[in-house]
Each structure stands twice: as C-alpha cells, then as structure tokens.
Design a binder for this molecule. Structure first.
Ligand code: TXA
Ligand code: MG
Length: 349
C-alpha cells in the first residue's frame, strides 16, 4: 500500500496502489502520473479543492487553464458540449483512423459543459481542453479512478517539464505526492494543443503531432496561433493560448543561441553545449577555456530522439552549476518545430 506522508514518493503502479490512489483522488489528493509526453500532476477535475492545490503546488497563475485527462472519448460529453457540432466531427476524425491520433499526444480545446468541472480548471473560460493519453500506466490509472483528471505537467510553473519520475521528485520533494512510476516518457515534449471550435482549427501549442499531420486527417486548413517564435532572442508576440506566456519551460541556467555567445565571452565561462547530432558536434568550435561540456541530443540526427532527450539533458546541465547553456542548431523538421518553440520560451527573459 502507499504510505501517504509529507515526503513525495515514487510508487509502482500495482493493483493495490492504483486502488489506494483512486480513493485518494476522490478525497482531493494529488497524484503524479506518467504519460507518453511528460509526467502530469493530477487531481479530480470536479473538485475545486484539488484543483486549487495543483495551482498552489505549481505556483501557476489562476488564469492558465488545465487539461482534463480521460481514459477514452466515451465520456467526453460529461465535460464538453458537442452534440453534432463541427468540433465533434473533427474530434471523431482525429480518433477514427486505423492509426488514430487519439489516444495520443494530442489535446483538443472543445466547448465546455458548464458546471461539469471545477471552474478553476477552465480558468473560468467557455472552453475545456481534453486529452486521452496512450501511455499504459496513464490508461490504467484513469480507468481505475474513472473520473476526469485535470493535470498540468508535474513541474513548478516556468520550469522544465518532467520526463522521468525522479524529475517530479526533484520538483516537489516535500509535497507528499505519490508519483506513479512509468519510466522515461517516450516522446518527451508536451502534447500538441489544437482548438477545434473555431472556423479554422488552430494549433495553440506545437508538439509531436504536427500541423501537417492534423491537416491530413482533418482534410482542412489548420493554422498556427501567433506567438510561436523561433529559438531566438526576440520578444515573443502574445498568443491566444493563455499558457503561452513568454517565459516557460526554463532551466535556471541562462540559455543562449551560439551566435549570442560572443557578447558573453569577455570572461571565461563554464558552458554546457547541446548539439543536435554527432556530425553537428564535429563541425562546432566548442569553447576550450574552460572546455565546454558537450551533450548530443541524437548521435544519428533523429529529430524524435532529440525531443526525447531534450528536457532530461537540460535538467542534467542545469544541475552542473554552469554560467550558460547553449543549444546549437536544431532542424525545423517534424517535432523540431515544437523543440524550437520550447527553446524560444525557455530563453525569453
Ligand atoms: O503533454 C501534455 O499536454 C501534459 C501532460 C501531463 O498531459 N500536460 C501539459 O499541461 O503540458 P500544461 O498545463 O503544462 O499545459 C497545458 C497547456 C497550457 O498551455 C494551457 O494554457 C493550455 O494547455 N490550455 C489548457 N486549457 C485550455 C483552454 N481551455 N484553451 C486554450 N488553451 C488551454
Ligand atoms: Mg506545463
């Protein structure tokens, strides 16, 4: 059985643990659980008390709504108002292919059913974000609790999202949170968020499921919301998604592009240098005095592998007492767009 004390603890998802956690959740408890994207910090979506604890634990602004997680779309109408709308039509398309995008790393913004979830989940707004994760332990947990679970990423607001159970422990060591162990998250970047209520479906946050994949399935134009900056030093444009605030997904160590470094190198700096591939690393002039700590996201240059390693690499470097982390060129292919989006936000000051 889980001992629920003041220290957070990694627990394996055995039958008796899931049973104990399902009671705990209905009692307004908070549980961290794995998904294929990142770990989530979950609470009963109908309980204002649970939701307020999540906001407090994260230090998250109340204006930033949460994603509600379901084990399948069967009960989506408990939280969303669909009845024959174009949003329903689009949702069904996304879920009904041979290789469906739902369950998966995709979040849908739908019209909310008022009073079905605590208003804090939606930040008082008229829409609700829902996601059906594919991860087997997320599935087992959601099936067992059998209620909608609101869950942001299991990190303190503006920090890097956790992709391993140990990362969640590092974020909330003393919060008494049970952390369901699902090992490393296979995708490693947060889900794509798409608003399918508007005239043109709009990607509010890029992710593993790309704009092109969505267009193919929906057979209509899909737009990107403003504010998706490249990995650059420019000030971000305010975006529609309330969560797309400028500073986000950040290590504590300042993050730079290589071209910004010349301004920094007036004194010797300890630098962590992140390259996309082994070939990129060979072609880079790494600072030698003192020697930079080199990390390679994907030796062979595979963009999905790079996404998988990104957050754990940034976390690891963040713990090395460096003066700066430099992330070198990342190709804009596939999930590369989402990587660049996150790096842009991690860097914004
Ligand atoms: O992969 C993920 O999405 C992870 C896992 C745990 O599912 N969750 C996650 O949650 O990344 P969070 O809270 O860190 O990010 C949720 C994003 C935020 O940008 C938030 O503003 C947006 O989704 N969002 C939530 N509800 C929304 C709504 N009703 N309308 C527009 N954006 C919404
Ligand atoms: Mg987050």
């Amino acid at each position: 059985m889980v001992q629920l004390g003041s220290i957070s603890e990694i627990v394996s998802a055995d039958e008796d643990v899931l049973e104990a956690l399902s009671t705990y959740i209905l009692d307004d408890g908070i549980v961290a659980f794995p998904t294929e994207t990142v770990y989530g910090l979950g609470g009963f979506a109908s309980s204002s008390k649970a939701i307020l604890s999540i906001f407090r634990l994260k230090g998250r602004p109340a204006t930033n709504p949460l994603i509600v997680h379901l084990s399948s779309l069967t009960k989506v109408e408990d939280v969303a108002l669909l009845h024959g709308s174009r949003a329903e039509n689009r949702m069904e398309r996304l879920a009904s292919r041979i290789d469906p995008l739902i369950p998966g790393p995709l979040t849908l913004v739908l019209p909310a059913r008022p009073d079905s979830t605590a208003p804090e989940v939606r930040a008082g707004g008229p829409t609700i974000a829902i996601r059906v994760p594919r991860h087997p332990i997320a599935q087992a947990f959601l099936k067992r609790v059998a209620v909608p679970i609101a869950a942001p990423s299991a990190n303190r607001s503006t920090h890097i999202s956790p992709t391993r159970p140990r990362h969640v422990l590092e974020e909330f060591p003393d919060a008494g949170i049970p952390i369901l162990d699902g090992g490393d998250c296979q995708i490693g970047l947060e889900s794509t968020v798409i608003d399918i209520t508007c005239d043109e479906p709009t990607v509010l946050r890029p992710g593993f499921i790309t704009q092109e994949m969505l267009q193919d399935v929906l057979e209509e134009r899909v737009t990107m919301a403003a504010g998706h900056l490249k990995h650059s030093s420019t000030i971000p444009v305010p975006a529609r998604s309330p969560g797309q605030m400028s500073r986000h997904y950040s290590p504590r160590t300042p993050l730079y592009r290589p071209e910004q470094l010349s301004t920094l190198l007036s004194r010797p700096l300890k630098i962590g240098w992140v390259c996309f591939s082994a070939r990129d690393a060979e072609n880079t002039n790494l600072p030698q005095n003192p020697p930079a700590l080199l990390r390679i996201l994907s030796p062979q240059g595979d963009i999905n592998e790079a996404a998988y390693h990104l957050y754990s690499t940034l976390r690891e470097l963040d713990n090395q007492n460096l003066d700066a982390i430099v992330v070198d060129h990342i190709p804009e292919l596939g999930v590369g767009k989402a990587i660049l989006d996150r790096l842009g936000r991690a860097q914004a000051r």
